[in-house]
Design a protein around this ligand. Structure first.
Ligand code: SF4
Length: 330
């Protein structure tokens, strides 16, 4: 794996640390870059500005709550923030930088992008953006694109292998730079989609946890956006005019099964607003005794308690009326 640019001082991104680590970003919104879907901040009405402020507060609150609930970031952590160039990872870095200013603990943020050598990858965009922020960063180069093309037959979805190779490279690099946490930009909707994908196609009730110890127990992965809605991140990215790099440069079709699940959830959400949030909350509120996994709950040991043999069959409840049961001998 190549590292770009070469860093003579063993500091990431050439940013002057530790001063660079503490630099505050004061500009809230940037001017219109001509993108047709970009919301022009200069032209925002007062109502729109209020909307933006609320959106920003909500995202910060969601990220802050997730960090606290799962003890994602601790004193002295070096958090490696993985940037793909998509809206979610830009949003994650932006919100973490802002939260760090008032955080009760000191922690370090290091941005890392893996350039997978997809044809047409605009390699100047992320370094320019990160240098502008003053955040320490690394750009890694690894040609996983060629590996994926070689291994996966034409016409098949390549995202699974591509993501595994990316994850392996990033996990290894996190250890090289002594990162104590790896932050990934998956949000609430990604997590719910993964739950259904695993149920529909793998027969497993599992999603993506907000915090995870890697199988080799050498990395802790955190997902600070776990409580954030995708549509909030999408809108935030447009307000902030992040220089988005599309994830289709490889020419791969987006994972069809994930698209189907996404569409299913969107249709539910239209018909029953709040359903995705409810499903997400169910992931965080599990009752193993009401499911069927004997590894999680000792169903085999369930017995009537002999000490309660003479107790009324149903606890007294003055609200309920239970008609007497007549025993009829036929
Ligand atoms: S769309 Fe391409 S680059 Fe993105 S995950 Fe899939 S294979 Fe990898």
């Amino acid at each position: 794996m190549a590292l770009r640019p070469k860093n003579k001082r063993e500091r990431p991104g050439g940013a002057p640390a530790p001063a660079g680590l503490r630099r505050r970003r004061t500009s809230k919104l940037r001017a219109n870059s001509g993108r047709p879907d970009k919301l022009d901040v200069q032209e925002l009405s007062r109502k729109e500005k209020t909307h933006f402020n609320k959106l920003q507060k909500r995202l910060r609150r969601n990220v802050g709550n997730a960090i606290v609930d799962y003890n994602m970031i601790e004193q002295g952590d070096r958090v490696m923030v993985c940037l793909s160039g998509g809206k979610d990872s830009y949003g994650m870095l932006d919100i973490l930088l802002s939260l760090r200013q008032n955080a009760p603990v000191d922690f370090e943020l290091v941005a890392v992008n893996l350039d997978q050598k997809q044809p047409g990858f605009p390699e100047e965009i992320l370094p320019a953006y990160l240098a502008g922020l003053g955040v320490p960063y690394y750009i890694l180069e690894k040609d996983t694109y060629s590996i994926v093309r070689e291994v996966i037959p034409e016409g098949k979805t390549t995202c699974g292998l591509c993501s595994r190779l990316r994850r392996g490279s990033l996990y290894g690099f996190a250890r090289e730079i002594g990162a104590s946490k790896i932050a990934l930009g998956h949000h609430r909707d990604d997590i719910v989609e993964t739950l259904f994908l695993n149920m529909f196609f793998n027969g497993k009730l599992k999603a993506m946890p907000p915090k995870l110890l890697s199988d080799d127990r050498l990395n802790v992965v955190i997902r600070p956006l776990a409580y954030c809605r995708e549509k909030d991140l999408d809108r935030y990215a447009r307000y902030k005019d992040f220089p988005i790099i599309p994830c289709n440069l490889c020419g791969s079709q987006e994972n069809l099964q994930r698209v189907q699940v996404k569409n299913m959830l969107a249709a539910w959400e239209r018909e029953y607003p709040g359903r995705t949030e409810s499903i997400f909350r169910s992931i965080c509120n599990i009752a193993p005794s009401q499911l069927g996994d004997a590894r999680l709950f000792d169903f085999a040991a369930l017995r009537i308690d002999p000490a309660l043999a003479d107790a009324p069959a149903i606890a007294e409840d003055t609200e309920l009326y239970f008609p007497a049961i007549n025993v009829v001998n036929l």
